[in-house]
Ligand binder design. Structure first.
Ligand SMILES: NC(=O)c1ccc[n+]([C@@H]2O[C@H](COP(=O)([O-])OP(=O)(O)OC[C@H]3O[C@@H](n4cnc5c(N)ncnc54)[C@H](OP(=O)(O)O)[C@@H]3O)[C@@H](O)[C@H]2O)c1
Length: 330
């Protein structure tokens, strides 16, 4: 037997503990072409909130009673496939469970790793890749530009800011506490970080970037997007990565009321999903492993212990409980 987390209720507004339940399930021996894996850590991601709503999206909604899925890193404990040996580290979407038996399709062997396995859920994993493609491909960042990233102390945002610094840019970031602001400025080298809960967003942007913004990497949406549009330079780019300020809204939120400014300024606002850029994953891993091992990119994790901590970890994404990547360890 092994434990897993199911969706017990569809959250309304802020998710709560009773929306989730931990169940026990059988753990089968691997059939032909299958492997059995013990997860060592799993990822907890904001996008999963959208899948808890019963509506059409780029990924189908979770069903009530269904074991949740999400990124995980595990170690093979039994193998019935020639390509996988006991002890191999694998990355899969079979998170939210302690262990699983499954066909190998969609399960990736990590091969030689240069950092602890959990880094492959964060800086060297999907969030790091999101930062990399969002900034360099969608944002078309150029040397010396001025960049603002919201959600800056999170898994994606903290990497966005550091890549931009590596590219010789001036970097601004917003986060929800004084401790996070201190980390961004003192540890990660942001030029100007601010607590978005204190003071007016536009005043902060004017202070941190008197000449305006070339790129705004949007993780938050809502008032952050509105303020950034007000402060963009001509032909600026806005990669629309996420809108976490709206994920728990019960009614559709009002959009930015200044979108018409994009016309005169020639702005590009472009949404993207990291998987649109899967063709860059080899290049990303090579670059990011290099930056992490050389210390040019730093990362932090907030870790909850055990499957019973998974719901709290998820809820914590919406209260700002994490600095860097939110992880559950097994
Ligand atoms: N497009 C893609 O392919 C893709 C891939 C991955 C992630 N994303 C998106 O990227 C964003 C960041 O994801 P992540 O995994 O790196 O999460 P994260 O930033 O590590 O964690 C979420 C953070 O969001 C902040 N937050 C929560 N509610 C907020 C609100 N109402 N207003 C402002 N900030 C709020 C909190 O930090 P504070 O303390 O600073 O409030 C929290 O720590 C999310 O919008 C996510 O959906 C998109």
């Amino acid at each position: 037997m092994t434990k897993a987390v199911v969706l017990a209720e569809r959250p309304v507004g802020m998710p709560k503990q009773s929306d989730f339940a931990v169940i026990e399930t059988d753990l089968a021996d691997p059939a032909d072409g299958e492997i059995q894996v013990k997860n060592v850590c799993m990822s907890v991601d904001p996008y999963m909130r959208g899948r808890m709503v019963d509506r059409k999206s780029y990924v189908p909604p979770f069903q009530i009673g269904e074991v949740l899925t999400g990124g995980s890193i595990g170690q093979v404990t039994a193998s019935n496939h020639a390509g996988f040996a006991v002890g191999d580290y694998v990355s899969s979407h079979y998170g939210w469970r302690e262990a699983y038996t499954a066909p190998v399709e969609g399960i990736e062997k990590l091969g030689d790793i240069v950092a602890p396995p959990s880094a492959y859920l964060g800086a060297i994993g999907m969030p790091g890749m999101t930062a990399y493609v969002g900034l360099l491909e969608v944002g078309a960042l150029k040397q010396g530009e001025t960049v603002f990233v919201s959600g800056a102390a999170g898994a994606v945002g903290s990497i966005v800011g550091q890549i931009a610094k590596l590219k010789g840019c001036r970097v601004l970031g917003s986060a929800g506490s004084a401790d996070k602001v201190e980390w961004l400025q003192d540890e990660l080298g942001f030029d100007y970080a601010f607590n978005y809960k204190a003071g007016d967003l536009l005043s902060h942007l004017r202070e941190g970037a008197p000449d305006g913004l070339d790129v705004y990497f949007d993780n938050v949406g809502g008032d952050h997007l509105q303020a950034a549009i007000m402060h963009m330079r001509p032909f600026g780019r806005i990669p629309l990565c996420g809108a976490i300020s709206m994920y728990n809204d019960v009614e559709p939120p009002p959009g930015p009321n200044n979108l018409a400014m994009a016309i005169g300024l020639g702005l590009t606002l472009r949404g993207f999903i990291v998987s649109h850029f899967n063709h860059l994953s080899v290049q990303f891993r090579k670059d990011m492993e290099g930056w992490v091992t050389s210390g040019q990119i730093k990362y932090q994790e907030t870790v909850y212990e055990g499957i019973d901590g998974a719901a709290d970890a998820f809820i914590g994404l919406f209260t700002g409980a994490n600095t860097g990547k939110m992880i559950v360890n097994f």
